[in-house]
Design a protein. Structure first.
Length: 589
């Protein structure tokens, strides 16, 4: 094996790992947050959890990614430990799908139909189709499919390059001696663990072993301990991901490590003890990619089948290892929980964006509470309520800071254009929500001024402000409900109500000027009234912005885009009808 073969091997390995990486990311992006959402909601029993773990891992082609995601869900208190263990066990079977795909490289039949099944035969076609999808089609979904095709083609070209580079090894007696050394269970186990721990992917390390097997120098006796080591080595990613997490999240990572390690060690002890007594002749038989894939699958199915009924036992084991003295929560000094803004979710951008949205809903509820409380203290002053408004505003500010920082991190990931659009809209929304809480503080300060100076509006002004307050309460409650449930049907009600608020504001100012002329109101009360009505009107403006952002975040709502184009036009019948209803509802006396 000369220097050029070594360079080819390095290049092939690089292509193989890069192809696997972009194919996995393409599959994950194409799936969006759907798979993660299913994992979150549909793990009610151990069988379901294991099946879902298998399915998700088979789709995204990475048991490490599934495990890290599950650890993040446990850390955020979204998933229980027992559910997580079931998913992690299922991921062990799901990861074997990749090995079966890679085993197609070992097809050596002369039959044309079987030859067409070889990746070297169809991967160039997939690469060509992928390039067309990426370069010439505008659909993002088709573009992601193209990336998956290209990734698969690069992976297979890398596999072929590694196989060609290593083919001279079969004639080297030194290489055969090294492979015999790895037949030693301990050495084989250690090399499998080390390889997988370094490249952080059991699928990739299995693929490298399969490529090596094409030299004809790998026997079942060599492959078995290496595959065992590779299964244990993949736990390194989960253990690293558990650093800095809650105790339960650490327990999930340990469950992955313990179940795999005990399973591998018990298998090796039982298998080689039986071999010492019986003597398995197949250990000396040369194996190929399909043989390695078959053993990998059989072992993991046996492993999961043994552990699945014992999930409760495994849970107790990890609970004894990772004991809870005083559980450190993810709450800050204000008692706010930001655990769903977990950096582990950033590797799954669509899911991370969904979690950020859910935290923003909490922020919206805080902003609504502050605004409604500030209206209450205008009507019935209470010092404790005023203090609470200030506290809520501080909390909303903290939400804006934490969510904004998280979204900036998320924007640096490889996210789809749809997710990028939604992320931008969400950034705008948190700004509008923060401004609503600022206006709540302004209104609370106006209430304090009114109390301290013993000011009181005329009966007419009180009646008008009462109607105005009701309109503001409704638009804030409507907006937060629209945002929380992403309700486009209700979202189109926000803008006409905002227009009515603008009309009320202008009318109140006009009536105030008229009362000033008649001497029925003072300049000081006029400033206070103007301060209140201006804050009301600006709150409605921010509600309008949020309503529009919600409509724009729905990429499938074409009628919503059409509505936005004519949102303020008189000829829009939907707008006119809703405007008339609100105009009558909040008619001033």
């Amino acid at each position: 094996m000369d220097i050029f073969s070594i360079l080819s091997l390095i290049g092939g390995l690089a292509m193989f790992l890069y192809g696997m990486n972009i194919m996995g990311k393409g599959l994950e992006t194409l799936a969006g947050s759907k798979l993660e959402h299913i994992l979150e909601k549909m793990t009610s029993n151990r069988i379901k959890a294991a099946l879902l773990g298998t399915g998700v891992t088979a789709v995204i082609q990475s048991s490490s990614a599934t495990t890290v995601m599950v650890i993040g869900l446990v850390n955020s208190k979204i998933m229980k430990l027992r559910q997580a263990i079931g998913v992690i066990l299922g991921a062990k079977i799901g990861t074997t799908v990749t090995a079966w795909i890679l085993s197609l490289t070992g097809i050596s039949s002369t039959m044309i139909l079987l030859q067409l099944c070889k990746p070297s035969s169809f991967s160039p076609i997939l690469a060509a189709i992928g390039i067309v999808f990426v370069m010439f089609l505008k659909s993002e979904r088709k573009s992601q499919i193209g990336i998956i095709f290209i990734g698969f083609a690069i992976l297979m070209f890398g596999m072929d390059a590694m196989s060609d580079a290593m083919s001279p090894l079969k004639d080297m007696p030194q290489f055969a001696e090294i492979m015999v050394m790895f037949s030693n269970p301990i050495l084989g186990l250690l090399i499998g663990m080390a390889l997988t721990a370094v490249i952080q992917s059991s699928s990739a390390s299995i693929g490298i072993l399969q490529a090596l097997s094409l030299t004809g120098a790998i026997t079942m006796g060599t492959a078995i301990p290496i595959v065992m080591g590779q299964n244990i080595g993949t736990c390194v990613t989960a253990m690293l991901a558990s650093i800095g997490t809650t105790k339960n999240a650490k327990r999930a990572a340990f469950a992955h490590l313990i179940s795999t390690t005990i399973g591998a060690l018990v298998f090796l002890v039982v298998f080689y003890s039986a071999n010492a007594v019986i003597g398995f002749e197949f250990l000396n038989i040369v194996t190929g990619p399909a043989g390695i894939a078959a053993f990998h699958t059989v072992f993991n199915i046996i492993l999961v089948s043994c552990w699945l009924p014992l999930i409760g036992v495994l849970e107790k084991i990890v609970c004894r290892i990772v004991k809870i003295d005083e559980e450190v929560t993810e709450e800050d000094e204000n008692g706010l929980d930001f655990s769903m803004l977990d950096d582990r979710f950033l590797m799954m951008p669509s899911f991370a964006l969904r979690k950020a949205y859910e935290v923003t809903v909490q922020m919206a509820q805080k902003a609504k509470e502050a605004l409604i409380l500030s209206i209450d203290v205008l009507e019935n002053y209470n010092a404790n309520d005023v203090k609470r408004v200030f506290e809520l505003e501080d909390e909303v500010d903290e939400y804006e800071d934490k969510i904004g920082t998280y979204l900036v991190k998320l924007s640096r990931q490889n996210i789809s254009s749809n997710d990028s659009h939604s992320l931008s809209m969400l950034l705008n929304c948190i700004g509008d929500l923060e401004r609503i809480s600022d206006h709540a503080v302004n209104l609370a300060e106006a209430a304090e001024e009114k109390k301290e100076k013993d000011l009181d509006f005329s009966e007419a002004a009180k009646a008008e402000l009462g109607i105005f307050s009701k309109a503001i309460r409704e638009i804030v409650e409507l907006t937060v409900d629209v945002f929380e449930h992403e309700d486009n049907e209700k979202a189109i009600l926000v803008e006409p109500l905002e227009e009515v608020v603008d009309d009320i504001n202008l009318m109140l100012k006009s009536r105030h000027i008229e009362r000033l002329r008649k001497g029925e109101c003072t300049i000081e009360l006029g400033f206070l009234l103007s301060d209140i009505t201006t804050n009301f009107e600006r709150v409605a403006d921010h509600c309008s912005n949020i309503g529009i952002h919600v409509i724009q975040m729905d990429e499938d709502a074409m009628e919503a885009h059409g509505y936005l184009d004519t949102l303020r036009r008189d000829e829009n019948p939907v707008f006119k009808g809703n405007y008339a209803i609100y105009k009558e509802k909040y008619k001033l006396p």
